[in-house]
Design a protein around this ligand. Sequence first.
Ligand SMILES: C[S@@+](CC[C@H](N)C(=O)[O-])C[C@H]1O[C@@H](n2cnc3c(N)ncnc32)[C@H](O)[C@@H]1O
Length: 261
Amino acid sequence: MKTCYEMHDRRYKMLKDEGQPGWDPCEVCEKFRGCLEETLKPEYVPKRGRLLELGCGAGNITVWLAEKGYEAYGVDIAPTAIEWAMQRAQKHGVSVDFRVGSVLDLHDFPDGYFDVVLDGHCLHCIIGDDRPVFLKNALRILRPGGAFLVNTMCGETMAAQCDPASRCIFVDDIAVRYIGLPESILEEIRAAGFEIVSSNVVSDEESQDLLVTATRIGKAWRAISPASHIVSGLNQSWAGAFSDDETGLESEMLWAGLIGF
Ligand SMILES: C[S@@+](CC[C@H](N)C(=O)[O-])C[C@H]1O[C@@H](n2cnc3c(N)ncnc32)[C@H](O)[C@@H]1O
C-alpha cells in the first residue's frame, strides 16, 4: 500500500492560512483533553516526568500537558505543525522540546527515556507494515512501568469510507488512515510487547475511538500481592511495583490489577 505521511504538511499550511487552531477544531481538541483527563487519573499513570506526544501536530495537547507539569516533548512529520507548536509553547510560556521527525524513526531518543508516551491520534495515520514499527519504537523509548496512552479511531462508524479488505481510507491511491477493529488494534499493541492495563471504546454518531493504557513490563517488575489492601475495590487482583535494578529505588508507580483486568 502506498503511503505519504509528509502530505500532512500541506494540510497544516492550509489550516494555518485559514486561521484554524490546529489539526482539529477547538471542540475536538476539548474532547481529546477530556478523554485524557480521565486517562491520566489512575494512580498507575505517572503524574510527572518526561512525556512524548507522537504526532503532536500544532502542539495543542502537548502544550496543555506541559502546563500540567510534564517535561513535554513532541514529534511530528510536518515542519509547519512543529513551527506552529513552538509558537504555541512560547505564547503559553512553557518549555517544550518539539522536533520534526517520523514516528517510524525515533533514534534521537534513548531506550526507556520517557515516563509517558502518548499517541496523539497518530496511530490511525500509520499504515500496514509501518504499524508494528511505530509500536516497537514506542515500546523502546518507554521506561519499564511507564504508560503508553493510545487514542485511535476504530470500528465501523467510518465503514462507508473504508476499503473493506484493508480497512484503510484512501485518497487517490494513497492509504491515509487505518480504521481497525478494537480487538485487532489491541492485539497489535500486545504483539509489540506491551501489557494492556485498560481499554475502552468511546462512540458517538460520527466516530468511534479506542482508548488504551498499556505499559512496558521489564525485568524490574516484581509482584506484590494481594493488592486489595492497596487499591480498594479490586478483588483477586495483584499489584506490582517497579524498582530500578541499579539504584534499588522503587518507583512511585504502582500497577494494580494487571492480572485479570
Ligand atoms: C490527526 S493529527 C493529530 C495532531 C495532534 N496530535 C492534535 O491532536 O492536534 C495526526 C498527526 O500525526 C502526524 N503524523 C502522521 N504521520 C506521521 C509520521 N510518520 N511521523 C510523525 N508524525 C506523523 C501528522 O502530521 C498529524 O500532525
